[in-house]
Design a protein around this ligand. Structure first.
Ligand SMILES: CC(C)(COP(=O)(O)OP(=O)(O)OC[C@H]1O[C@@H](n2cnc3c(N)ncnc32)[C@H](O)[C@@H]1OP(=O)(O)O)[C@@H](O)C(=O)NCCC(=O)NCCS
Length: 137
């Protein structure tokens, strides 16, 4: 397991924000690839925005990111991503655990991206049908 510290994103830290933007760009996720939007969402009430920082030397800085919306009882996990070269080392699992711990919620809902199902399958879960609604569609 890779040693990381998981803590809140420091929105005033330009290099930390840039690292998250780079992770989002790597996945082709436009929302979090926009610096202004990322800062706004990370500062929004009822959200938890975490980064995983690789500890020890050499420090590689931010190696993972998660963002969730919470009402303190249940949450929606909007995104979790780990740097491609460091996947399979337990960072994603630590990010999800930290969202649970920090938000204190009893359950978390999410929509998986193609290819990530195996990650969620390994976490305690119950599968339900999900919908994503859009205005006027
Ligand atoms: C999905 C993702 C966040 C997982 O992060 P990670 O750090 O690689 O996950 P972990 O190392 O904590 O994996 C935990 C377990 O899930 C497994 N796993 C992780 N990703 C998997 C995948 N895509 N398919 C199958 N199994 C996977 C690991 O092998 C590990 O299994 P184990 O407990 O038996 O050892 C990462 O692969 C990623 O960033 N993917 C691209 C972005 C994405 O799709 N995010 C999710 C949708 S928002």
């Amino acid at each position: 397991m890779l040693d990381v510290q998981v803590r809140g994103l420091r929105v005033d830290d330009g290099s930390e924000v840039a690292a998250v933007v780079a992770l989002a760009r790597g996945e082709g996720w436009p929302t979090f690839a926009d610096t202004a939007v990322l800062r706004r969402l990370a500062a929004a009430p009822g959200t938890v925005t975490l980064v995983a920082i690789r500890t020890g030397a050499p420090s590689l800085g931010v190696v993972g990111f998660a963002h969730a919306l919470t009402n303190g009882h249940h949450a929606y996990l909007s995104v979790v991503v780990v740097a491609p070269s460091l996947r399979g080392l337990g960072v994603g699992r630590q990010l999800v655990a930290a969202v649970f711990e920090i938000s204190g919620v009893q359950r978390m809902d999410l929509l998986s991206s193609p290819g990530s199902e195996g990650f969620y399958d390994r976490l305690p879960n119950r599968q339900v049908v999900g919908y994503r609604l859009f205005p006027g569609e």
